[in-house]
Design a protein. Sequence first.
Length: 316
Amino acid sequence: MAVESLYVGIDVCKRTLDIAVRPTGQQWAVSNDDAGITSLVADLRALGPVLVVLEATGGYEVPVAAALAAAGLPLAVSNPRQVRDFAKATGTLAKTDKIDARVLAHFAQAVQPTPRAVPDEQQRAFADLLARRRQLIEMLTAEKNRLKISLRALRPRIQAHIDWLQRELDEIEKDLLNQVRQSPVWRERDEILQSTPGVGPICSFTLLAELPELGTLDRKKIAALVGVAPLNRDSGKHRGHRIVWGGRAQVRAALYMATLSATRYNPVVRDFYERLIAAGKVKKVALVASMHKLLIILNAMLKKRTFWHYNRPCAA
């Protein structure tokens, strides 16, 4: 008799982990701490699931995901919006921890997302530094806007806060640079990425932290992963505009800024962009297509460990 394939969904909360198994219907909960996670790993090893799925929950999922990955269990950390859309599509509108665990198990069985390696401690620390940098920039922008419209009596205090935020930002950027320099692998990848006109330190650091798959996947998969692969919107005889959707927002934001620079200073991307504009493409469409072009070039460069060379650009 064939052994039944098991799929596990784990709903992660700050204090508890709710677990559901399909198709057996098993459900239980453990505490989201060392003891609970150790117990969960032992239970799942005994079950031998085909796939374990949990959602990204702002960091609460990191300890359990790391423990499951270290135990060699097939794990996928999925986008919460994708899972919620799946729940609505299957008619599950109620939302509790137990229901969410069942939805995740059903999602694992029906969609079977590709298991992905969990970032190691160094990569998570690097990603946290990048996230903190984004927060500081947002606060700086807000304070600078307030400075323009505030009462004269408040301006010295706001300016003092701006100065402090700027110092913190400088320190964060030094820490990012030091982490890259201390890792031979990251240093080489960073040098390859930054050899490309238009790609600066922040874009390179974002790709290192948020897109470790760069250089390991083919062009279609990496474009879909980032969210710059055009998706059709056709129905019957209607042919809608193709759009990009989903993917990793932080990577896409960094790539967007790099592409803006590349359309001016990178001869390959600039010529590609100008050809699209000359062909009548809307500027936004041409820019997204150029993002796709730049990403494919960077992916090929890292795959072949090749530095940028205009007369002999790395084949995409």
